[in-house]
Design a protein around this ligand. Structure first.
Ligand code: SF4
Length: 344
């Protein structure tokens, strides 16, 4: 290695150390700092150092507690919003009309029971854009009555205003998954301000927000990733992190390969440092052991209709990634899986 390359490397190591120290002292990293961390070569020694910093911050912030997120795709339906990465987009013709179906109430309740019995802390009912919020609100009460436990229940649904957010909270909804997606309005048919309005409604209501940087692809710049990460923090997400775009053949973005495991782990480490003590829990999807070693303490177990795949899985878990596998991976990465903040 030449002298100036060596010097650059040393400077980068020192920058990572400084960033970690600042985060541990409660300082917020600036956008330019996040971009510099995201610009590190994901296959380099410097990136390994970044990951170790992410893991140390995770230890300090979470006490090495890991949690599970259980997502259930309630309706397997063609969605008229046609997001360029989603298998459910009507225009891509992947969901055939005669295969469309909604989970029955019994199936939903049974899946919630399965999650609750397997230490899933956050259980989320996910739907396509126009699923009735009234139906879901009613369902929440039925689920609570049928499945006892201290799990938290949430929704990943379409757009809504503050009045609706308050009504969802009164109906028993604890949290909402919502995000401003990368290239919203370009790779999706949504106006970014519509999505931001819903995010503001959640922030102004008692609902908690979960907002990952997603769906990350090779097409996204470090600046775009940093901006969405800061947007999640600004909207007071209690969980952020990173979700890779899984290329679904037949969707417009399905032609681009998925980001590498190392790149996803790097982004996790950056979201961990960016979140600091403000966003205690960092989620990776799809989970990898490396991302956990880089600071992710939340993993997703999915069932039902999956926007990342062309299938609907009424009973199985997507990619065969279940609570037990997640627990083993977390343990190998030095965490202990908890069912909730005070429960093991
Ligand atoms: S991501 Fe959501 S809104 Fe977009 S097409 Fe898929 S289900 Fe519809």
């Amino acid at each position: 290695m030449k002298g100036n390359e060596m010097q650059e490397k040393e400077e980068l190591f020192a920058f990572i150390e400084r960033a970690e120290r600042n985060v541990l002292e409660g300082k917020e990293l600036e956008r330019a700092e996040l971009i510099r961390l995201l610009a590190i070569d994901p296959d380099s020694e410097a990136c390994d150092r970044l990951g170790q910093a992410g893991r140390r911050v995770a230890s300090r912030v979470t006490g090495d507690r890991a949690y599970l997120w259980g997502a259930m795709g309630v309706d397997y339906k063609a969605c008229p919003m046609n997001c360029d990465f989603c298998s459910l987009g009507e225009a891509w013709g992947i969901v055939e009309p005669d295969h469309e179906r909604d989970f029955s109430e019994t199936e939903i309740i049974e899946n919630v029971r399965d999650y609750a019995e397997n230490k899933v802390r956050w259980i989320v009912l996910r739907t396509t854009e126009f699923y009735s919020l009234e139906v879901l609100s009613e369902l929440i009460g039925k689920i609570r009555r049928a499945v006892p436990g201290r799990y938290e229940i949430g929704l990943n649904v379409g757009e809504f205003d503050l009045e609706k957010a308050n009504a969802l909270y009164r109906a028993g909804v604890d949290f909402v998954y919502h995000s401003l997606r990368l290239r919203e309005g370009r790779d999706t048919r949504f106006r970014p301000d519509e999505r931001l309005k819903t995010l503001r409604a959640v922030k102004d209501s008692p609902l908690k927000l979960v907002f990952l940087v997603e769906p990350i692809g090779i097409e996204h710049s470090n600046e775009e990733i940093a901006d969405i990460c800061l947007c999640a923090i600004e909207h007071q997400a209690i969980v952020t992190g990173g979700m890779a775009r899984v290329p679904v053949p037949g969707t417009p973005l399905g032609v681009h390969p998925q980001i590498t495991e190392n790149r996803l782990a790097q982004i996790i480490a950056v979201t961990r440092l960016a979140g600091g003590s403000r966003v205690p829990d960092i989620c990776v999807h799809p989970a990898t052991p490396k991302a956990m070693c880089f600071g992710a303490n939340v993993a997703v177990v999915e069932t039902g209709s999956i926007p990342r795949d062309s299938c609907c899985l009424p009973k199985e878990k997507w990619n065969q990634f279940d609570a037990q596998t997640a627990g083993e991976w977390f343990e190998q990465a030095g965490y202990t899986l908890y069912a909730g903040p005070e429960m093991q």
